[in-house]
Design a protein. Structure first.
Length: 240
């Protein structure tokens, strides 16, 4: 009992010191971030805001990781060499700028992923049954639909969602008018057409809820850039 009583003050001091150290580290991290934000000027090619900078940093980290994988050994030489090569690639061979807009909502994203898994298995079973059942072959069609997704990046994710689900394939995207031309595997009757349009409506709502809610929407300075003439088009798709 005496040993336990004597150990309690020591344990309490250790816990207090650990908390003070954690607060000390946190304070210096925040102070460093504020100083960097106020005094360090981010190169223009690296991005116009924190979200684009995060995308650039992720690209550097991913390219460095791939370089280390290609060599097969983790060493400082491979890591530094990969980082130098990744920086050269991002600087000299930049990809077209993709505006990073909106905000990720974890709950909405989990709902979206869960629905994708369900749609994948249900659609796979439907396509498999249509391939082996007797009777007339499925009647495919290309259907044009409009979506209210504003961000090009989120629109690309929505297209990937439709392409991953068996039975639908996006053939063309009109990003100015937000039109999708989707090939549907089987639309022999009105019921299947209505089901497809309900699927599109759900995908639209789910991606907006997960990434770009109207109350949090802040367009990037590069939103709506016309790639043909390198100038910003109006929101209605017309010429400036």
């Amino acid at each position: 009992m005496k040993n336990r009583s004597a150990a309690r003050p020591v344990r309490a001091r250790i816990i207090t010191a650990w908390r003070v150290s954690l607060l000390f580290i946190f304070w210096h991290v925040v102070s460093g971030y504020v100083w960097i934000r106020d005094h360090v000027r981010i190169p223009r090619w690296f991005g116009s805001d924190s979200r684009e900078v995060a995308v650039r940093l992720w690209s550097l980290a991913w390219l460095t990781f791939v370089w280390v994988l290609l060599w097969g050994t983790v060493s400082w030489a491979n890591i530094i060499g990969g980082l130098v090569l990744a920086t050269a690639i991002v600087t000299l061979l930049p990809l077209p700028r993709v505006p990073v807009e909106g905000r990720i909502h974890p709950i909405g994203l989990l709902i979206l992923i869960g629905r994708l898994i369900v749609d994948f298995f249900i659609s796979s079973a439907q396509v498999a049954w249509a391939a082996i059942r007797p009777g007339k072959p499925p009647l495919g069609a290309v259907i044009r639909v409009r979506v209210a997704i504003k961000s090009d990046l989120v629109l690309t994710l929505a297209v990937d969602y439709l392409n991953l689900v068996p039975g639908t394939m996006v053939l063309e995207i009109d990003h100015r008018r937000r039109m999708l031309y989707v090939h549907v595997f089987d639309v022999r009757d009105e019921k299947r057409l209505v089901a497809f349009r309900k699927q599109i409506a759900f995908v639209e709502r789910a991606f907006i809820r997960a990434f770009e809610r109207d109350s949090e929407w802040h367009p990037s300075p590069y939103h709506g850039i016309d790639e043909d003439f390198h100038r910003v088009a109006r929101s209605n798709g017309g010429e400036p």
